[in-house]
Design a protein around this ligand. Structure first.
Ligand SMILES: Nc1nc2c(ncn2[C@@H]2O[C@H](COP(=O)(O)OP(=O)(O)OP(=O)(O)O)[C@@H](O)[C@H]2O)c(=O)[nH]1
Ligand SMILES: [Mg+2]
Length: 299
């Protein structure tokens, strides 16, 4: 069988997590319109059995990474490190850009880092569903000019365009190898992390400006609830400043209530049971700038 690891890297918000979810065929990473959403390296596994026409079994472990950016906090620096660590120890790298937003300096910076990558790089221009065919060509040319890539392909992670082609290009570059994950595993993330990320996603999309970046979620306990068939999830949503507490809770607790309801719906799907969500808001002053706090929060 063929198997291997493929990292997805790029500047924030280009659609890396959306792409990994689409390639894996299920949600393994949260996605939001806010740049800087992904904070960990998240492995998502595509299990592909040999098809009828022959071929062989394959397993691709995609690695979603934080967007590479100019850091403004210890967290930002840590996120960049996490992404850069995933340029090594993999079989290939997928360099993703947002073709609809235009290819710019942030992309050129990432391309510069990839120039030293010891593995083949496939470049993909994402979000082409937002571009006319005529507008795709200059975008692809601009991407091609950024480096020495094995291939440059147009895709839409959200609309599913070009993903079969991209998958074939990836599979063709994987070595013979063993399966790295058992067939039932789609992600390497521990359950508590998966649940915390879902809650964070629901919070981020209800926040503005700097608040999404100040939110961290820790799931402290998952266990049987008080009534039969209910799972109790105890979670803490951390903010950095006293003023953010009020924003997250909202007038008469409405914002927190909305976050909790949206999160609970998805937690129930993941856990396959009814969920009682105990979600508390706590202040951890300036945690983004505090290495000890980062460690406590799992970053
Ligand atoms: N129109 C369109 N939108 C897309 C596409 N792919 C992703 N998006 C949107 O782009 C936004 C960012 O997507 P993410 O997948 O979270 O981006 P990311 O690169 O993982 O971002 P960070 O984790 O912040 O670095 C979301 O609103 C997605 O819905 C696409 O192919 N077409
Ligand atoms: Mg992401």
């Amino acid at each position: 069988m063929r198997s291997g690891f493929a990292s997805v890297v790029g500047r924030p918000n280009v659609g890396k997590s959306t792409l990994v979810n689409a390639l894996v065929g299920q949600k393994v990473a949260i996605t939001t319109p806010v740049p800087g959403t992904t904070r960990h390296a998240i492995r998502g596994v595509l299990h592909r059995p040999a098809d009828e026409e022959g071929g062989e079994d394959a397993q691709v472990v995609f690695v979603d990474t934080p967007g590479l950016h100019k850091p403004q906090s210890v967290l930002g620096t840590r996120m960049n490190e996490v992404a850069r660590e995933q340029l090594g120890g993999v079989d290939l790298v997928i360099f993703l850009v947002d073709a609809a937003a235009g290819i710019g300096r942030g992309d050129a910076y990432v391309a510069g880092l990839l120039a030293d990558a010891p593995v083949p790089v496939l470049a993909a221009a994402n979000k082409v569903d937002r571009l006319s065919r005529a507008a795709q060509l200059p975008a692809l040319a601009a991407l091609d000019a950024l480096g020495d890539f094995e291939e440059v392909v147009p895709i839409s992670a959200a609309a599913g365009e070009g993903l079969d082609t991209l998958t074939e290009l990836i599979l063709a570059r994987l070595p013979e190898g063993p399966p790295y994950f058992p067939p039932e595993m789609a992600s390497d993330q521990p359950l508590e992390r998966v649940l915390a990320e879902i809650i964070r996603e629901k919070a981020i999309v209800r926040m503005r400006e700097e608040v999404p970046h100040s939110v961290a979620v820790v799931v402290e306990e998952v266990g049987p609830g008080e009534s039969e068939g209910v799972t109790a999830v105890h979670a803490v949503l951390y903010v950095e400043r006293q003023s953010q507490r009020g924003i997250v809770i909202g007038h008469q607790g409405r914002v927190l209530g909305d976050i909790g309801r949206a999160a609970r719906e998805e937690l129930e799907l993941v856990l396959g049971s009814r969920v009682w969500l105990d979600l508390r808001v706590k202040l951890m002053k300036e945690w983004q700038r505090d290495p000890k706090a980062l460690q406590r929060l799992g970053y």
